[in-house]
Design a binder for this molecule. Structure first.
Ligand code: FAD
Length: 456
């Protein structure tokens, strides 16, 4: 089977490539190959009743399928160059922002209309943070919420399904270069195309590394972020979340000078587990529908670790720490902040007596047996710093879930069109190591689609 363009991966990067191609070059024959399932078939078996924790499905419905890792996410589209990726280094700051706004307009057209766009511009919290040695990063945040995000994906799929061939549950095994294009190898068949867009996200990171090795594409080591997910009663952060929804706050530790930052804030949300290649880590999301909201707010506190030669395997380092927590807790570990600072393991009884009621079932344990001292010290310092702008953050009953690890793919060597050293082979989204967010991944998809329209 021959296609003009084959897209590998149906996450935001792949979807927005397909959308832009369908809009700007409807004459092209386009296919999307996705290892996971169609949107309506994606179901995480954890129901909190019969299945309480991750059973390590072959293809994780949270991470894979139409919508990619973002399908059940909180749908926070951060329109900023300050975090979420370094797309601007390749295409320029203005263009990156323009593309993120363009993506936002499409989301509004396909079901997101009426959702709120928050902004840090002119916020009084900037000053309050600075006065307490904390730094609030600039961003506009479109919060779709898990439910509206799902509706947008459904509507975009409805638009695309007759214009693009979708192959679900069809993981691509390899890419071969041939005269004038590429051969895409799947388990039962192979397909050929003139141009190929690879958008395999974090779940495809190992596969991406193999493809780069086989095709001689240069990569360089990226960072890994390690930390915990903090859960507190929603009232404690409500003054911040009501105005900003998500605040990205950075703190430099006094002890080591490391940077610790808040990440993925979910007001009135739930803590969830996530399975990346059999390793269970923690994450969070929230709903815009009040009926589905909880009494708690959760966010991650993360410390970035960069490694230089001779050690390149930042993800391997993060995986080892996550494996350790899985070994001790059978999955995610939860600990009360009060227990942590007193050097005590949290027990099921202490968690039961906690005034903060956990939104996820995790194994009560001791995070100090899992996280390296330097990282844990930094997290504890930041909790005390946040307590100054949101008193109550350092309460004994604040819950810490571990570990949260943000794996970043090796950064793939691409040019300003996100094209690899092979003509017509593009690497975009989180799989390229360049983006780490919904808005940046989506914007990268639009960018390559436009380049293909100009050159094919
Ligand atoms: C629980 C959760 C919450 C999140 N919340 C937010 C948020 O609120 N805001 C935000 O900005 N970001 C959030 N993120 C991150 C965001 O989802 C990602 O940055 C974004 O999805 C990246 O898009 P992508 O298209 O590059 O990759 P992905 O979304 O990871 O999609 C890649 C797709 O490729 C498929 N694939 C992989 N390998 C192959 C292969 N060999 N063959 C075929 N298909 C393959 C995968 O199955 C997957 O569906 C969240 C992530 C998670 C897990």
């Amino acid at each position: 089977m021959f296609y003009d363009v084959i897209i590998i991966g149906a996450g935001p990067g792949g979807i927005f490539s397909a959308y832009e191609l369908a809009q700007k070059a409807p004459q092209l024959k386009v296919a999307v190959f996705e290892g996971g399932q169609a949107l309506e078939k994606r179901r995480c078996p954890i129901d909190g009743d019969k299945v309480k924790s991750c059973i390590r499905c072959k293809s994780c419905s949270i991470m894979s399928g139409f919508g990619g890792a973002g399908a059940f996410s909180d749908g926070k589209y951060n329109i900023t160059n300050d975090f979420g990726g370094t797309l601007y280094e390749y295409i320029g700051k203005q263009k990156a922002l323009e593309l993120m706004h363009y993506v936002d307009e499409i989301n509004m057209r396909y079901g997101g209309e009426g959702t709120k766009l928050y902004s840090t511009a002119g916020s009084k919290f900037k000053k309050l943070c600075m006065q307490n040695n904390l730094h609030l990063l600039d961003a506009s945040v479109r919060h779709l919420g898990t439910d509206v995000n799902y509706v947008v994906l459904q509507n975009v799929y409805e638009y695309l399904k007759d214009k693009v061939d979708f192959y679900f549950e069809t993981p691509v095994e390899g890419i071969e270069k041939m005269d004038g294009g590429y051969r895409i190898l799947c388990a039962k068949e192979s397909f050929t195309c003139k141009k190929c867009i690879v958008s395999v996200g974090r779940s495809g990171s190992k596969w991406m590394e193999n493809v780069c090795r086989e095709l001689g594409i240069q990569t360089k080591s990226n960072r890994v972020d390690i930390g915990v997910r903090v859960e507190i009663p929603a009232e404690i952060f409500s003054h911040l979340t009501n105005e900003l929804y998500e605040s990205k706050i950075v703190y430099r530790t006094e002890k080591y000078g490391d940077l610790v930052r808040t990440f993925c804030m979910n007001p009135k949300g739930a803590v969830v587990s996530e399975n990346t290649g059999g390793i269970v880590t923690v994450n969070g999301h929230s709903y815009s529908d009040p009926a589905k909201q909880t009494n708690n707010t959760n966010f991650a506190l993360l410390v970035a670790k960069h490694f230089s030669e001779p050690f390149r395997d930042s993800n391997g380092y993060g995986e080892s720490i996550a494996r350790l927590s899985n070994m001790l807790g059978g999955g995610v570990i939860v600990q009360r902040f009060g227990d942590l600072i007193r050097g005590k393991r949290s027990t099921p009884q202490r968690i039961k007596e906690s005034f903060t009621v956990p939104t996820m079932t995790a194994t009560p344990g001791d995070l100090s047996l899992v996280l390296p001292k330097r990282i844990l010290d930094g997290i504890m310092e930041m909790i005390y710093a946040l307590d100054k702008i949101a008193p109550g953050t350092a309460n004994d009953d604040t819950l810490l879930y571990g570990v949260e690890v943000k794996f970043y793919n090796m950064e793939v060597d691409v040019n300003e069109y996100l094209q690899s050293s092979h003509d017509g082979l593009y690497v975009i989204g989180d799989g390229s190591g360049i983006t780490h967010s919904l808005s940046h991944a989506s914007a990268s998809g639009v960018h390559v689609a436009r380049h293909i329209c100009e050159t094919i």
